[in-house]
Design a protein around this ligand. Structure first.
Ligand SMILES: *[C@@H]1O[C@H](CO)[C@@H](O)[C@H](O)[C@H]1NC(C)=O
Ligand SMILES: *[C@@H]1O[C@H](CO)[C@@H](O)[C@H](O)[C@H]1NC(C)=O
Ligand SMILES: *[C@@H]1O[C@H](CO)[C@@H](O)[C@H](O)[C@H]1NC(C)=O
Length: 454
């Protein structure tokens, strides 16, 4: 047993450590009397907003002597292929001014090639929230100064300008620098003069997908080792490497395992089990409980995987609903068992039977809704989700029609018992199906008892 546990732990650890590496882009301009800068970015799929948070580190290395003053110039990077609609981060300051930290200003251009203005609440919308966590100056070797900034942009994938796509392997970014403008005052809303049109701006491309993770790793750190310090980035558009299905599955193994268990339970087994009890077969009761028990095992496995993969168990509505549904499943199993025991004994339905039927309906429908919620959280495509919703509708119609027909069948045989309006209100609250072997069991048992009495 301990060795099995160890093996399981090992496996879970192995699966959980498949994680993303930040993407990094560096440009070395010092040899050309410009500046060096590096940006590193990682994305975190935030389960409470279902959006992606962007963690950005920016560093600028410059000489204090090369320009006419230490307060000159600014360096900027921005998302997207052009200034209009870009979310821009502009860094400036004076390393020799006492206790002044560099200023990081977050800007955008509404249209055209005009001056970038500070982003406002109106630009960001309700969800997106950019925070500058830290900016510092550091004196480096050879009279160089390094300015760094750490920025987190919550729900950055909701940016309303040009798309910031966590799915993109080649997200365009722009950069620009200026070394003339005196930025003294260093106000965040200081007007910017243009960058030089020669060598003063450019483009780079970032593999956002590779930098996306489902665990919050905080700010990316720089790893500058040589002349080419680009990691997951390029000066040219990046071609998507073909990945096999197996690789894709292994890229997020726990999420896929969780989805597999839950979809098997809620899209396949539970509906089949609901149909089985009305199958008209002599063994319908046996089919019903065996299928529902397997569905339950599958759902419980899915829940265990979910707990292993989650930072927080109650982090999102999907997770909260999941905990409630799994708890209801346990109640449902107890109700089903009580119903069966009572039915055999007193040969008619009790409130427990109706509770079991209604709760089954509630669990199935909320399970379906939560499967869709899970796929939204996963980042499944809108088209895929629409197709699945259609499949679920067809499935619901199928199970409903089956139950309806089963009831008609039993009514036409004239064997229907007392019917209450509540019991026919819902598809699943249909009347006793005489041919189900719940009654066969009961009949058998009565027969036995009679024999014993004889
Ligand atoms: C320094 O300032 C002078 C006069 O303002 C200008 O001509 C020169 O190009 C500047 N040098 C640099 C490196 O910016
Ligand atoms: C997820 O987003 C919310 C809202 O922006 C934020 O408060 C929270 O800290 C984020 N979660 C993590 C783990 O960063
Ligand atoms: C830094 O980057 C190099 C080359 O890209 C890589 O081999 C090395 O493992 C990285 N180091 C760290 C600490 O990430």
């Amino acid at each position: 047993m301990p060795s099995l546990q160890r093996l399981l732990l090992h496996l879970v650890f192995l699966l959980a450590t498949v994680s993303a590496a930040p993407s990094q882009y560096c440009l070395f301009g010092l040899p050309r009397d410009e500046i060096d800068f590096c940006m590193a970015v990682s994305l975190y799929h935030n389960h409470s907003t279902s959006a992606h948070d962007v963690y950005l580190s920016l560093a600028v290395r410059r000489s204090a002597t090369q320009s006419n003053g230490t307060s000159l110039g600014w360096t900027a990077i921005g998302t997207g292929p052009k200034m209009a609609g870009s979310l821009m981060f502009v860094l400036y300051g004076d390393p020799e001014a006492s206790e002044a930290k560099p200023t990081l200003s977050v800007r955008t251009v509404k249209a055209g090639h005009s001056r970038p203005a500070q982003v406002t609440q109106q630009d960001t919308g309700k969800q997106l929230d950019v925070r500058i966590l830290e900016t510092t100056w550091k004196k480096a070797e050879d009279g160089l100064y390094v300015a760094t900034a750490s920025i987190v942009c919550y729900a950055c994938s909701e940016w309303m300008g040009t798309e910031i796509s966590p799915e993109s392997v080649s997200q365009p970014w722009i950069w620009a620098w200026n070394k003339q403008q005196d930025m003294k005052a260093f106000a965040p809303d200081q007007q910017l003069e243009a960058h030089s049109m020669v060598d003063g701006y450019g483009y780079f491309y970032v593999d956002m997908k590779a930098a996306t993770s489902h665990h919050s790793d905080g700010f990316p750190t720089f790893n500058v080792t040589g002349e080419d310090s680009n990691i997951g980035t390029s000066d040219r558009p990046i071609k998507e490497a073909k990945t096999g299905l197996w690789q894709k599955l292994l890229s997020r193994p726990l999420a896929h395992l969780h989805g597999f268990f839950m979809m098997t339970a809620f899209l396949l087994l539970f509906p089949v089990g609901a149909v089985a009890i009305r199958s008209g077969s002599e063994k319908s009761f046996k089919y019903h409980w065996v299928i529902q028990a397997s569905a339950m095992v599958s759902a419980l496995c899915g829940a265990i995987v979910a707990i292993v993969m989650s930072d927080k168990v109650f982090g999102s509505p999907h997770q909260i609903a999941g905990v409630v549904i799994v708890s209801l499943l346990l109640v449902q199993a107890v109700l089903g068992w009580r119903h069966h025991v009572d039915f055999i004994r007193i040969f008619r339905r009790t409130w427990i039977s109706y509770a079991h039927i209604s709760l089954g309906f509630v669990i199935l429908v909320s399970g379906w809704a939560n499967v869709i919620g899970g796929l939204v959280l996963y980042g499944f495509s809108k088209f895929g989700i629409a197709m699945l919703a259609l499949f679920i509708l067809l499935e619901a119609a199928g199970v409903g029609a089956w139950s309806f027909l089963a009831r008609r069948r039993s009514m036409s045989r004239g064997t229907i018992h007392k019917e209450t309006p509540e019991s026919s209100a819902a598809y699943f609250a249909l009347e006793d199906i005489p041919e189900s072997d719940e009654e066969d069991d009961a009949a058998e048992e009565r027969g036995l008892m009679q024999k014993r009495n004889d």
